[in-house]
Design a protein around this ligand. Structure first.
Ligand code: ADP
Ligand code: MG
Length: 697
């Protein structure tokens, strides 16, 4: 693949399927290009010698262009691409729809398109794309109605219609862009290619996107980690709900992954996820225009008490905090503010504050090393000039080089002030929580830039033994394994209680006699998913009751499902649950991100409690450790109510070892260790179940 920067800055663009026919897409694109493009535009259409007063070519191969925009019917797209490839035209935008999004014939055509792209080493956008834009060279190679304004954001979208709506709105709001790409079906170029290109582009300060799916999740995480060290990425990902995911899948043929995987994947990638379109642009603008804060401490300067409280609440709910001022700052405030004011944060400079008092307070606050950023909060009064305050805010922002968000409340009187600040990149909102969101995004991104990504630990494991155990599914009708596969965990160094599986009560007793104290007995059958639901788990069985317990377990299983495949009974060492916490460590495979690790509060109520957290595997030690901190029940692990803390290091290691197992064996489709009992002096995997795809072994 050639340099993608050429895609956005061509000298000569061929429009394959150009026409003067009103209402045709080939016409709209020609109009858009002729209007503003700095370079040359060449129409291609075998039916004409001339179009729009320009020489028209019969074949794209004759045009000597460096970008071909293809709008011909689906059947002629592929020959046109070949012709472009033969002629050495490396960049192709396929506007035409009727590929992967339309069923099997279209999907086959899309595969052919991919093959041609590979053969000729083409950069292909689309198919099913609105086109691309670059404001630098005035290129509007789309069939949308408007050209975007100049700016420092580059924007990719899986929905072309959304691009047209955004441009219409952004033009009103004075928001500009550098490059825009409508990704279409992403047959060749996908989101990872564009973030890498824009990271290398000095004119792109922020990357934003609307995605319905991510093509190759793990690869995206790895390249986004690189990119977000220099260039922030903010994405809105739709298809959050099941209904939304369904809609996305019929829209661009995206296979919906789970939202948990996205949430985890984007977080691991250092991508900031926006919750709404408004949030997307609020975030992108501050990231593009404001410096990053050195800490999370906000100074709020206000002339109004009530809004000060609202702002304090919003900061309390965010990951930011109210700054504690130094003694010097407090002293300075005491001297300059009236007695009825508040020198502590939020700093209330009182309703009669004029511009001079406001400016001085903000200056003092910003000079304080304990202050990372400031929020200027104000309500209209007769003694305060908003335009002057805006100018002062801009001046002080430049002087101190710290982020500032403004919250000048009011109606029309705010407009002029707001414009002054907007020009300096200071956002102004009526609602304090939006201003706080902006500051929070800056702080989040400052953290992302600081992140160190450690490589996953490689444990010494017995891979061959694990393979043998997994291969036992080949001799079976079903693909599920239960506690009979416990040795799989041993092979990867995950501790399990002593025990054995037997198919005879006398053997059960023998196993029990070799274990200290009472035992646990469980039915072993791949057909019984939740053993305790059918009374298939007996805890605290004394040796003298082992015979009866054995018979009872078998009877229950047979009653439950007469044709169940019963492998026997597991006799297992008792784990002291009183001192421990039942946790769950699991994995399922996401269609886009691959193996997704889960950690949470375990036991038989997992589904009800749903106290879980996720990471895309393979996970590093830091990521595994973070998982143990993220669940609501985390304080239980650290020892709540007089209990000893459990072995969190042991949990962390188990998550990593399991992550290695599922990464080593793509054949494992899902796996749960539930419970993994975490004790003060170690962890024990008490139960396991998994599903294996024998074809992947
Ligand atoms: P299932 O999940 O199929 O019902 P488990 O083996 O997870 O079967 O057992 C269910 C519950 O029984 C566990 O969550 C735990 O509370 C308890 N239990 C199972 N095995 C042991 C053991 N070895 N020591 C102590 N408690 C156990
Ligand atoms: Mg269980």
């Amino acid at each position: 693949m050639g340099e993608l920067s050429e895609l956005f800055a061509p000298n000569r663009i061929a429009v394959v399927g150009a026409t003067e026919r009103e209402g045709a897409i080939g016409r709209a694109i020609m109009d858009n290009l002729i209007d503003e493009f700095d370079g040359e535009v060449v129409p291609v259409n075998p039916k004409y010698d001339e179009l729009f007063g320009l020489q028209c070519y019969g074949d794209v191969g004759e045009t000597n262009a460096d970008l071909a925009v293809i709008v011909v019917p689906p059947k002629v797209v592929l020959p046109a691409m070949k012709s472009a490839g033969e002629a050495g035209i490396q960049n192709v935008v396929v506007i035409t729809a009727g590929f992967g999004e339309t069923g099997s014939e279209g999907a086959a055509r899309e595969q052919e398109l991919r093959d041609i792209a590979e053969e000729y080493d083409l950069n292909v956008v689309g198919p099913n794309s609105l086109g691309i834009m670059n404001t630098d060279v005035g290129m509007n190679a789309t069939f949308g109605p408007d050209m975007a304004l100049d700016g420092n954001m580059s924007f990719m979208s899986q929905s072309g219609a959304f691009i047209t709506a955004v441009i219409d709105w952004a033009n009103d709001e004075d928001i500009g862009f550098k490059d825009i790409v409508s990704l279409g079906n992403k047959a060749v170029l996908d989101e990872a290619d564009f973030i890498e290109t824009w990271n290398d582009d000095p004119d792109t300060e922020v990357i934003i996107g609307y995605l319905e799916g991510i093509s190759a999740g793990r690869e995206f995480i790895d390249s986004a980690r690189d990119v977000t060290k220099d260039t922030p990425i903010v994405l809105v990902k739709s298809g959050k709900t099941d209904a939304g995911a369904q809609a996305a899948s019929s829209h661009t043929g995206t296979i919906a992954g789970s939202d948990a995987a996205y949430e985890a994947g984007l977080e691991q990638a250092g991508v900031i996820r926006a919750e709404s379109v408004q949030h997307l642009f609020d975030t992108a603008r501050v990231l593009g225009d404001q410096p990053l804060p050195e800490n999370k401490d906000v100074a709020v300067i206000t002339n109004a008490g009530g809004p000060g409280v609202m702002t304090t609440d919003a900061i309390g709910e965010s990951e930011l905090k109210m700054a504690d001022f130094t003694d010097e700052t407090l002293e300075a405030f005491s001297e300059s503010l009236p007695a009825e004011g508040n020198i502590y944060n939020p700093v209330d400079i009182v309703g009669d504050a004029d511009n001079a008092r406001f400016k001085e307070a903000l200056d003092v606050a910003l000079a304080d090393d304990n202050v990372g950023m400031a929020l200027v909060l104000t309500c209209p009064t007769a003694v305060l000039d908003y335009n002057q305050l805006a100018a002062d805010t801009v001046e002080l922002q430049e002087k101190h080089d710290k982020p500032i968000a403004a919250c000048f409340m009011g109606g029309e009187r705010v407009d002029a002030a707001s414009d002054v600040m907007k020009d300096a990149g200071i956002p102004n909102y009526f609602d304090p929580s939006r201003a706080v969101d902006g500051l929070e995004a800056l702080s989040k991104y400052a953290d992302i830039r600081q992140r160190e990504y450690d490589a996953p630990t490689e444990f010494d494991v017995d891979r061959e033994r694990a393979r043998e155990i997994l291969e036992t599914v080949k001799d079976r009708d079903e693909t599920r394994l239960g506690v009979e596969a416990m040795e799989l965990l041993d092979a990867y160094g995950i501790e399990t209680p002593t025990g054995d599986i037997v198919d005879d009560p006398a053997d059960a007793l023998e196993v029990a006699e070799n274990i200290d104290g009472n035992v646990v007995m469980k039915i072993v059958s791949p057909d019984i998913l939740h053993k305790s639901d059918i009374g298939g788990v007996k805890v605290g069985v004394e040796n003298e009751d082992v015979y009866d317990a054995y018979e009872d377990l078998i009877t229950r299983a047979k009653n439950y499902q007469p044709d169940a495949n019963i492998l026997g009974v597991q006799v297992q060492e008792m784990v002291n649950l009183d001192d421990g916490v039942e946790t769950i460590v699991g994995m399922n495979r996401d269609p886009q991100f691959g193996p997704l690790m889960m950690f949470g509060l375990g036991g038989i109520f997992v589904e009800i409690l749903e106290d879980t957290t996720f990471r895309v595997a393979p996970v590093s030690e830091t990521e595994a450790e973070d998982m143990t901190k993220e669940i609501d029940a985390a304080p239980m692990l650290r020892g709540a109510r007089g209990n000893d803390p459990v072995d969190i290091g042991g949990i962390t290691e188990t998550i990593q070892r399991l992550s290695q197992l599922v990464t080593d064996f793509p054949a494992i489709l899902e796996l749960d260790i539930n419970p993994l009992v975490a004790l003060p002096d170690g962890v024990k995997a008490v139960d396991v179940r998994l599903t294996v795809d024998p074809d992947e072994l």
